[in-house]
Design a protein. Structure first.
Length: 159
């Protein structure tokens, strides 16, 4: 099912961008764009999963920090599965160490999702007085591309 979903997504984007908007792409550029779009969709699912697990943890009486950590761990497992299987796909003859890739994925998401995001929140909310509702959305402009690059060039680098 996953492959069919990604194929449908690619056909739909190709139709909209190339046929409707008359944009042109080199094949390498197109592949990079599709990889980034897929990564973004995995990120959306991660955000939803993390939030649902967080709410479930609160509903079970967990402290909000514990619920947040569990939600983060579940979302990283989700991200690793989808990124490994459908976003950063290996071609025939290529290989990667799955355990090493998982650890790097965890560190990538922890670095951007926990550490960098909290530093940016502090700067924006406490120093720049940006709304705590808006600041996390602004952070996505920094953390998503950085996380994509960390995963592409480090966590899922071909051996």
């Amino acid at each position: 099912m996953g492959t069919k979903l990604w194929d449908w997504l690619e056909r739909t984007l190709r139709f909209l961008l190339i046929r409707v908007l008359h944009l042109s792409f080199l094949e390498r550029s197109w592949d990079g764009l599709m990889q980034f779009v897929k990564f973004g969709l995995v990120g959306v699912s991660n955000t939803l999963i993390m939030y649902v697990v967080y709410l479930a943890g609160l509903g079970l009486g967990l402290h909000y920090v514990a619920a947040n950590v569990i939600g983060f761990l579940v979302s990283v497992i989700n991200a690793f599965y989808w990124n490994n299987r459908y976003v950063f796909v290996l071609e025939d003859g290529q290989s990667r160490n799955l355990w090493r890739s998982f650890c790097k994925t965890f560190l990538s998401y922890a670095g951007t999702g926990l550490v960098l995001n909290n530093i940016l929140l502090y700067v924006q909310v406490d120093l720049l007085h940006i709304s705590e509702i808006i600041a996390p959305l602004v952070n996505l402009v920094v953390t998503i591309p950085l996380n994509f690059l960390l995963n592409k060039l480090w966590a899922f680098r071909k051996e």
